[in-house]
Design a protein around this ligand. Structure first.
Ligand SMILES: [Zn+2]
Length: 105
């Protein structure tokens, strides 16, 4: 299991990208000679829709190599970060969020 997510439990329906991948574990898609992008984001935008500015995709399956759009959710960076915390930190930081974001944690 990659180091970034020791508790990751890929689900049977994960679409694992494989290689190449960024050091953080996300699959790399080569668009042309000089341009690369995160494979999961590209697939999500092709199949579901654009990720709005200021938002990012959270892997609900905690498997960063997965590109299955059903396993991805559009959330703010703050919510995405807090979801990765342990229970104590999660509670502390969630209380500081605006109400509409608290519901997403
Ligand atoms: Zn997955």
């Amino acid at each position: 299991m990659p180091q970034y997510a020791p508790n990751a439990k890929p689900r049977p329906d994960c679409w694992n990208w494989g290689e190449p991948r960024f050091p953080q574990g996300y699959g790399i898609l080569r668009l042309d000679e000089r341009h690369f992008t995160a494979a999961h984001k590209w697939v999500y935008e092709q199949l579901i829709g654009e990720v709005p500015d200021g938002f990012e995709l959270d892997h609900l399956c905690r498997n960063r190599n997965c590109i299955n759009p059903d396993h991805l959710e559009v959330v703010t960076h703050r919510v995405n970060s807090i979801r990765g915390f342990d229970a104590v930190l999660k509670e502390r930081y969630t209380r500081q969020l605006p109400e509409r974001e608290q519901a997403a944690v």
